[in-house]
Design a protein around this ligand. Structure first.
Ligand code: B16
Ligand code: MG
Length: 217
């Protein structure tokens, strides 16, 4: 029986990728190289530290660990400035409504995100009361596709992983949910997220009946 849903943040509840993109692009510009939207796509669901490593590699630039920490901090300050100005209208279609519907049906909810800024975003958008637990980049040591973030979410909700459904937009996130023995709904393209149990374009397409049908699938 489905007892809990665990949601990724970027790409599922909000589109923060656009702000990550602007901040990384600014950093790349200061370092003297370009950064494209296609490259940004590859950073979805990837931690801040790993994202920086990839970007420096693409730019052909080597930095010491101390310099990398400074660069990641600088990028994050720009990013935080932007998310501090986000508006509730930026919540992705259907996300708030679906959270309310499942909570009314007695299903528990958790966030399972790689971001260390998830609480700022949820609070700013008035979404924090819709989550029973928030597990994010501040609470995990292993990144997706490792299932740690989702397993910690299930643990916080005191629900067996097999009774959880994860909502994810990144391939690594879908793999993480599967590795945690959870059902997973992919948000995006069925070709890309082929390992998911169900793929939808957004939470506006999701119904309680579809969620419950995953139990038998
Ligand atoms: P932060 P998710 C991920 O969020 C983003 O997709 C990814 O682009 C970002 O680098 C990562 O969070 C870390 O974010 O710098 O705020 O800690 O999709 O796991 O919700
Ligand atoms: Mg995501």
């Amino acid at each position: 029986m489905i007892k809990a849903c665990i949601f990724d943040l970027d790409g599922v509840i909000v589109d923060t990728a656009v702000y990550h993109y602007r901040a990384w692009k600014q950093l790349a510009h200061e370092l003297g190289f370009g950064f494209t939207e296609q490259q940004n796509e590859q950073l979805k669901g990837v931690s801040r530290v790993r994202s920086l490593e990839l970007i420096l590699g693409w730019g052909g630039v080597t930095k010491s660990p101390a310099e990398q920490t400074e660069l990641a901090t600088r990028k994050n300050q720009w990013y935080v400035d932007m998310i501090n100005r986000m508006e509730p209208s930026e919540i992705l279609p259907g996300a708030q409504e679906f959270l309310k519907i499942i909570r009314q049906a007695g299903i528990k909810t958790a966030l399972g995100s790689a971001s260390k800024n998830s609480s700022i975003i949820l609070e700013r958008l008035g979404l924090l009361p819709l989550f029973d637990a928030v597990v994010d980049g501040n609470h995990v040591t292993a990144s997706k596709p490792d299932p740690e973030v989702f397993l910690k979410g299930a643990e916080a909700l005191q629900v067996n992983p097999a009774d959880c459904v994860v909502f994810e937009d990144a391939i690594a996130g879908v793999q993480a949910a599967k590795a945690g023995n959870m059902k997973v709904v992919g948000i995006g393209s069925p070709e890309v997220l082929s390992e998911a149990d169900l793929v939808i374009r957004g939470l506006h397409e999701m119904t309680l009946a579809q969620l419950q049908a995953l139990d038998t699938g």
